[in-house]
Design a protein around this ligand. Sequence first.
Ligand SMILES: [Zn+2]
Length: 276
Amino acid sequence: MRVLISVDMEGAAGVVDGADVSPGEGAYEHNRGLLTEETNAAVRGVHACEPGAQVLVTEAHGPFRNLVPERLDRRAELLRGKPKPDGMMAGLADGVDAALFIGYHGKAGTARSVMAHTIHGGVVADVRCDGRSLGELGLNATLAAHRGVPAVLVSGDDTVAAEAAGVAPRMHTVVVKRALGAHAAALLHPDEACDRIEQAVPRALADREAIAEAMGALRVDGPVLLEVDVLMPHMTERALLVPGVELADGRTLRYRAPDFPTAYQVTQLITMLGGI
Ligand SMILES: [Zn+2]
């Protein structure tokens, strides 16, 4: 068995504020350690399910260089740095059997949700594929489903767990904090969060056939109408340099993608252009 673990940061136990997850600021250096421990808990969970399993850990927050390599479980291979193919889901193309999401957060616009955003909080107000609003969880789970890979578990605050129910009802969830607002939460102790992740992962992996069946509904075959609502007007000028991207109205960019992976790629590109 080969398992991909996509690791974001805002949904880790112990972090509640932008300064907690931004390189060079506040407790970021310390929190990298917490995030690495949560990832290790997931790796242990994979091996509890299948001792010889191969584990790919793919960085999915900010610069994609957050985990502490020497503290990561040595049985995992680390995909680090950006940009990389498939972004937050790099490694998916290597033929994996299941995907796990650690440290995930609610999508842009979610009320009472710790650091809710979609890809870039300063750029994107919403992403829709064929009219369906998708946050990072939804985009990544849909990309996985497109490749026939079930996304079996997400950890984060209670709002991303609620979002999971709408994205893929059978996905397992580990709530490591209860959101009290955008920058406040009631936290589990980091060790308790790790224990819960470690215990939940084998159960989720054991359930992967049933989840894969349910995830079939997420598969998008054929063309996709991508709409990205942006927050800043200068964003649209840069994004409109991308061939095929058009302005639907002052704040919405539209792109008719031939398939979902292309829509995913163009979403990343639009966001990167706005983040300059
Ligand atoms: Zn994120």
